[in-house]
Design a protein around this ligand. Structure first.
Ligand code: FUL
Length: 691
């Protein structure tokens, strides 16, 4: 009898072990294999290049003549090379934007490259890009705007037939397409074949999306369809490049339709109880605009901005779709490539050495007895293997022992998503001098989560999963010690003449010169703001003592400071080009506080993204100390009358030199003409030139 019982017990425990070590049950919704493959693409390129590149707009009206499209040296291979060299996995091109112009010679419209001056109408940008992507081993995606401000039938049922015919062309003639991008902006005013009117559509029903998407499924079964409502991936809800800390891939998809007003606020983060797997994609431009505008050449995002975007998109369970506004030549501008390379170089350093690779991991809970789901799978470098617990166990910890004090500042963790996103709440702890300390408390993980924090020197690191939708499945844990960000220092002067030098990272040192010589580690080390009152070149470099990396040199020239200056419009002389003075009387006077020998002056227009009140024609008058108004120099006298060149295209600071030097104490600057008639003139800053 006893032996029987023992036998039964043994058999039962064997069966239980078997059962519990079985593959965990999926928790719905789960991704399709295509969605998993897409998620693993992580970082890919967006290209906004189309008619807007040539008419200076962001949302063309649809009436610019087709011939206007004329890149002088279009080179899709350059785009592909840059994408490949910088770790991107694909390129999505605006084949048709809201203005309706097609970058391929569509059979269904005349508004396309076939009527452009470019290549005498024989060109096909989509075909060129498909060939370049193939050559460089990249995937290609297409942006086909549902809104079409050119088409006469937009708003009527006939347009849907047209739209679908175009979709068929794009998905048939250019090989494999990995993503089809349907923007949410649709309906409004437009050219519409000459009607020039406002056309509104019912965003929910007009496009009959289910039947449009069937075309994608039929022609490109592997493609991912993007829109606010997916069905395969969704918009992150902003164009700043930042995903929410809590980002679920499941979405209440049936409650969403593309372009719905409450989407960003209510649905973009995904939902724990989402019904469908619709992961988020973060789209952001490397410049302020999506399209190329020459006046944004010096507004390309800084290394620090790009790093923040990477960590807050790829590091927050989304993919990153980084946009490059290809210029009028048809290539990516050198400034954009330079900044992208800085990002790539820094990311390579950040993720150079995984400090826990191959290390033993201990878990507080296990699944069954075998090694199939053991904790060591989290450091084996294989996404397909993972650690998990018994079904229904929703909290557990994983600990890694460094065996000696180890410094780190990045923590990367991945869930095994093919069986669903699970983790709801977790903390990261480190054992510092024998005591456990919490480094961070978080909510979701998803496909990939990366945390950044101040350097921690610890002997152990612990991931505590506090709550999950079902047993957690952790595929990867990586730990890094990223070096400081080394980029050119920012140089700023305030109204009092104090110059500060700023580096993006506190650990970085700054060295500078004020005598025009090149700075080196032997130059003065920056500790506090310096007074710069006379014409001076400040040249500065940043240096990271830990890694011995040096930045490029930043050179900034200052003339006399504005310390003694006064004006009825103080914003014009505060040495801050971010603050504007509005010239309600069309003029501005400045008291320099002393007589100066002036060789010229400089005007900085409004520096915002859409500048207003930009002055093209001016008069500059001078006056000396006004004790005796009868002396000629004590009356206002015009010394410069003229035009700032190219202000419409490039509203940046411009210097004007006088024919000869003048001694003066007072300046009067008058606006005579503006880029946009009817606006009030704006001055962000006036400076003088004294040498
Ligand atoms: C937006 C569009 O309206 C912009 O022009 C741009 O294409 C961006 C990616 O999506 O909604």
């Amino acid at each position: 009898m006893r032996t029987m019982k023992l036998w039964y017990a043994m058999a039962l425990s064997l069966i239980l072990t078997e059962v519990s070590a079985q593959r965990p049950t999926a928790i719905e919704p789960i991704p399709s294999p295509q969605q998993v493959a897409w998620q693993q693409m992580e970082f890919y390129m967006f290209v906004h290049f189309n008619m807007n590149t040539f008419n200076g707009q962001e949302w063309g009206y649809g009436d610019t003549p087709a011939q206007t499209f004329n890149p002088t040296q279009l080179d899709t291979r350059q785009w592909a090379r840059i994408a490949k060299e910088n770790g991107m996995t694909g390129i999505i091109l605006t084949a048709k934007h809201h203005d309706g112009f097609c970058l391929w010679p569509s059979e269904f419209t005349d508004y396309s490259v076939k009527n452009a001056r470019w290549k005498k109408g024989k060109g096909d940008v989509v075909a060129d890009l498909a060939a370049a992507c193939k050559e460089y081993g990249l995937k290609m995606g297409v942006y086909l705007s549902p809104w079409d401000r050119n088409h006469p039938d937009y708003g009527r049922p006939e347009y849907i037939t047209y739209f679908r015919s175009q979709l068929r062309e794009l998905l048939t003639n250019y090989g494999e397409v990995f993503e089809v991008w349907f923007d949410g902006a649709n309906g409004g005013d437009g050219y519409y074949g000459g009607a020039n009117e406002v056309r509104k559509v019912d965003k929910q029903s007009y496009y009959d999306w289910p039947n449009t998407i069937k075309i994608v499924r039929e022609l490109q079964p592997k493609a991912i369809v993007f829109s606010d409502a997916g069905p395969d991936c969704r918009w992150v809800g902003n164009e700043d490049g930042r995903a929410a800390e809590t980002t679920w891939s499941p979405l209440l998809r049936d409650k969403v339709y593309p372009g719905m007003p409450e989407y960003a606020r209510q649905y973009a983060k995904g939902q724990e109880n989402g019904t469908h797997w619709v992961p988020a994609e973060t789209d952001v431009s490397i410049r302020p605009g999506w399209y190329y505008h020459p006046n944004e050449d010096d507004k390309v995002k800084t290394l620090q901005e790009l790093l923040d975007i990477y960590y807050e998109s790829v590091g927050r369970n989304t993919t990153l779709l980084l946009n490059f506004p290809v210029d009028q030549r048809g290539i990516i501008h050198e400034n954009d490539e330079r900044q992208l390379k800085k990002l790539t170089a820094q990311l390579q350093l950040d993720f150079e050495e995984d400090l826990v690779s191959g290390r033993t991991v201990t878990s507080t809970k296990k699944r069954g007895k075998g090694a199939r789901y053991e904790a060591n799978h989290t450091t084996d470098g294989d996404y397909e293997t993972y650690w998990t617990t018994d079904e229904g166990t929703t909290s557990a910890s994983l600990t890694i022992d460094f065996e000696e004090p180890t410094t780190f500042n990045r923590f990367l963790v991945q869930e095994y998503i093919p069986l669903g996103q699970r983790v709801k709440r977790w903390t990261l702890e480190a054992q510092i001098k024998g005591e456990w300390e919490t480094i961070d408390s978080q909510t979701t993980i998803g496909y990939k989560r990366i945390l950044r924090f101040e350097d921690v020197t610890a002997t152990k690191v612990r991931l505590n999963i506090l709550d999950a939708r079902s047993s957690p499945l952790i595929s990867t844990i990586e730990v890094y010690n990223a070096p400081a960000v080394v980029d050119v220092p920012t140089v700023r002067r305030n109204k009092s003449g104090e110059v500060s030098l700023l580096a993006p990272d506190d650990e970085v040192q700054i060295y500078y010169t004020v005598d025009g010589t090149e700075p080196s580690l032997q130059s003065a080390s920056y500790t506090q703001p310096l007074l710069v009152d006379k014409p001076t070149w400040i040249k500065a470099i940043a240096f990271d003592p830990k890694t011995q990396r040096l930045s490029d040199v930043q050179s900034v020239h200052f003339d006399v400071s504005h310390r003694r200056w006064s004006s009825e419009l103080p914003e014009a002389i505060d040495e801050n080009s971010g603050s504007n003075a509005v010239l309600t009387q069309n003029s501005l006077t400045i008291d320099l506080g002393e007589e100066l020998v002036l060789h010229g002056f400089a005007y900085t227009p409004d520096q915002s993204r859409y500048p207003h009140g930009v002055i093209t024609n001016y008069v500059l008058e001078l006056k000396s100390t006004s004790k005796n108004p009868n002396i000629e120099s004590n009356r206002w006298r015009p010394v410069a009358i003229g035009e700032f060149p190219n202000m419409a295209n490039n509203p940046v600071r411009q210097e004007i030199r006088f024919n000869e030097p003048h001694v003066a104490r007072f300046i009067r600057f008058k606006a005579k003409q503006l880029v946009t008639v009817g606006e009030e003139p704006i001055v962000a800053e006036i400076d003088v030139i004294t040498e």
